[in-house]
Design a protein around this ligand. Structure first.
Ligand code: NAP
Length: 241
């Protein structure tokens, strides 16, 4: 029986590539999204991957959404916590709303999504939890105190939960993408991208979403059971840890 994989924010950008790659690798995949119905319907039409709308920053919404996915497809064995947002501004101008939205969506979601599936994974003695963090959680970024704090938190969450779940056959890993060619990065003004970002990337280009997706497939595999608590850096050589 194919294992069931759930990808949050799985209808656009990196998450869509992850969902497609997991499906191609033989998993039964569900893709969650937050609000963009048109993009989700387009993705569903193209991939035949079922889509589920809920807000990952709400614990109740995650609990209900996961129940629906499990009723449709079976117990979730691979969870990819990918959904994320930015609300960039210098800290001295940052509102509580900008802080809370990013912390709740990018870090709170790891609790909201993982807590409802962890007991089942422990009982079945198998699980793969893959958290999409960011280079900016590793090194910090001007204008992203909220985002860098959340993404660094994702790495701490990964390490601590990896320790707690190691004996239960559950691995927990983080991936830290650098600048990847998605709408999130396409929103950066062209001159900023060309003058300030690309020159910092030794491979001389943005990463592609498929390059993150193949790492997720690698970590999700049954024979990746010894890889846990790791942080996989995929950033074209921009920041080496
Ligand atoms: N792109 C990069 O260069 C880069 C670099 C490092 C890390 N990352 C991280 O990689 C992940 C994916 O980034 P991306 O560039 O692919 O982003 P994206 O193209 O903006 O897509 C974000 C996805 O997350 C979903 N989402 C956002 N808020 C949500 C919420 N509250 N509840 C449920 N779903 C929600 C969106 O749903 P809707 O379609 O409904 O809006 C969408 O499917 C994020 O965690 C991001 O921080 C990205």
């Amino acid at each position: 029986m194919a294992r069931v994989a759930l990808v949050t924010g799985g209808t656009r950008g990196i998450g869509a590539s992850i969902a497609k790659a997991l499906k191609a690798a033989g998993y039964k995949v569900a893709a969650n999204y937050g609000g963009n119905d048109a993009a989700a319907e387009k993705f569903k039409g193209e991939t035949e991957i079922p889509v589920y709308k809920w807000d990952v920053s709400s614990f109740e919404a995650c609990t209900d959404g996961i129940k629906k996915v499990e009723a449709d497809l079976g117990p979730i064995e691979i969870l990819v916590n990918n959904a994320g947002i930015t609300r960039d501004t210098a800290f001295h101008k940052m509102s509580l709303e900008q802080w809370s939205a990013v912390i709740n969506t990018n870090l709170g979601s790891l609790f909201n999504m993982t807590r409802p599936v962890i007991e089942g994974m422990r009982a079945r003695k198998f699980g793969r939890i893959i958290n999409i963090s960011s280079i900016n959680g590793q090194k910090g970024q001007f204008g992203q105190v909220n985002y860098s704090a959340a993404k660094a938190g994702d790495i701490g969450f990964t390490k601590a939960l990896a320790l707690e779940t190691a004996k239960a056959g559950i691995t927990v890993n983080a991936i830290c993408p650098g600048y990847i060619n998605t709408e999130m990065v396409q929103a950066v003004p062209k001159d900023v991208l060309e003058k300030s970002i690309l020159p910092l990337i030794p491979v001389g280009r943005l990463g592609e979403p498929e390059e993150i997706a193949r790492a997720v497939v690698f970590l999700a595999a049954d024979d990746a059971g010894a890889i846990t608590g790791s942080t996989l850096t995929i950033n074209g050589g921009q920041y080496m840890v």
